[in-house]
Write a protein that binds this ligand. Structure first.
Ligand code: ARG
Length: 436
């Protein structure tokens, strides 16, 4: 292998080109303003940087230096001559790389938050459209209690809302201007860091030059936020995969989000959902990767830190794609409300309702729970369901049972009774829909 290639990051940090140029323009303006370099030199440098940006964006130049920072400076030297060398006064690549990364990530967090908002809005749309559809709620993937589909589905909206808050909170730690830390000890030149912060739209400057160039917390935090978000999307995907199986048949994915099999002509596989689930692996990997890179580093900058970029870029691209695919899939999904309702018939889904029935007749809940357990056993043994027990049979288990017990065996009524805040009744779900 070529030794130069081993230390090079240009293949991927070229992604930071635009941000590196913005940073250098702001830095150069500051150098001139503080009379560290002459205005006329600054002008030449800034014009040069702008022309590089233009040519880069139209695909006219390809950078080939060790990293994007040196490549841009080399290109500037070609265009402006020795004056280019003044640009690097009072800074180091150590603070320069952080400036570019922070600018990049601020933009990307905004895009990610917009995509989360989009996902929340399609979840709400589907919930609203199927507001009163009833499905079996599960624990342990077994029928547990009837619930509104909208209630179940909106849970993912709440997860995403927390993700949104987490990214916005992380943004505060990203939004800190590092330049002026130089190699790690600051600089002897009379720079104005606040000016650079203002130029570039940062809300504050970093406080310690040593900490600044040593710190990758903001990236690790971001990678964690991506991990949690991807875990949520993965669980959602898992649900979609199960629900679209023949055994469940709760939903039908739009053709766009399924693929056929190369051998079985009847197949419509949920590959998109599976890949949302699968890509979660690399997102976790990226977090662990950077945590591991950082764990043994002495202060301040060490070249190990260059390894922060690939995990970062990969998580940014992957999470954006996962959000797009998830939103598209949700937006076009068809809900099979009959199948959901009929699936409530399986299992003794009214068991809790019956226990609650006895409890409201002043029986301790534990006793009621016990009695209903016995009824379930009796039904299983005699191949019966709650629906076809006679009142005589009910009374055998407790004298508290009256004919009104038959009213309990109604999905809609079961759902409607649960009017507690955050519960599954229609009014509670409408309430949470409003809050979300
Ligand atoms: N490409 C390097 C990185 O990403 C830039 C900083 C280089 N600094 C140094 N002292 N070699 O970390």
């Amino acid at each position: 292998m070529e030794l130069k290639k081993f230390v090079s990051s240009i293949d991927y940090d070229v992604k930071l080109a635009k941000y590196d140029i913005f940073g250098s323009i702001a830095h150069t303006k500051m150098l001139a303003k503080c009379k560290i370099i002459p205005q006329s030199d600054a002008k030449k440098i800034i014009n040069g940087l702008n022309s590089i940006l233009k040519d880069f964006e139209s695909g006219k130049i390809k950078f080939t230096g060790e990293d994007i920072h040196t490549s841009i400076e080399t290109e500037l030297k070609k265009r402006t001559g020795d004056v280019a060398g003044k640009m690097h006064t009072a800074r180091s690549r150590n603070d320069q790389v952080l400036l570019a990364e922070r600018l990049y990530l601020k933009d990307e967090i905004k895009i990610i938050v917009e995509k989360i908002d989009k996902a929340i809005s399609v979840i709400k749309k589907v919930a609203r459209k199927n507001l009163s559809v009833i499905m079996p709620g599960f624990t342990h993937l077994q029928n547990a209690q009837p619930v509104l589909f909208s209630h179940w589905f909106l849970s993912y909206g709440w997860m995403l809302k927390r993700d949104r808050e987490r990214f916005l909170d992380c943004y505060k730690r990203v939004d800190v201007m590092p330049l002026g830390s130089a190699a790690f000890a600051g600089t002897e030149f009379p720079i104005n860091r606040d000016f650079v912060a203002k130029e570039l739209g940062f809300s504050k400057i970093s406080e310690s030059s040593v900490d600044t160039v040593s710190d990758r917390d903001f990236l690790i935090e971001f990678l964690f936020d991506c991990s949690l978000l991807s875990m949520h999307l993965s669980r959602f995907a898992e649900e979609i995969i199960i629900w679209s199986s023949q055994q469940f048949g709760f939903i039908k994915l739009s053709e766009q989000f399924t693929t056929g099999s190369s051998i079985m002509p009847q197949k419509k596989n949920p590959d998109f959902a599976e890949l949302v689930r699968g890509k979660t692996g690399r997102i976790y990997g990226n977090l662990v990767s950077l945590l591991t890179v950082m764990k043994g580093l002495p202060l301040s900058y060490n070249r190990d830190m260059q390894e922060d970029k690939e995990p970062l870029f990969d998580s940014v691209e992957t999470i954006k794609n996962m959000l797009d695919v998830s939103s598209g899939m949700i937006n076009t999904v068809k809900i099979n409300s009959e199948k959901m309702l009929s699936s409530c018939e399986n299992g003794f889904i009214f068991a809790t309702d019956i226990a609650d029935y006895l409890t409201s007749k002043r029986m301790p809940f534990r006793t009621a729970h016990n009695i209903v357990g016995k009824i379930v056993n009796y039904c299983s043994k005699n191949k019966k369901s709650f629906n076809n027990l006679s009142i005589v049979e009910w009374k055998k288990f407790s004298a508290k049972f009256e004919k009104s017990v038959f009213d309990v065996l109604d999905f809609r009524k079961s759902v409607e009774k649960r009017k507690s805040n955050g519960g599954t009744s229609l009014s509670s779900v409408k309430q949470q829909l409003k809050k979300l």
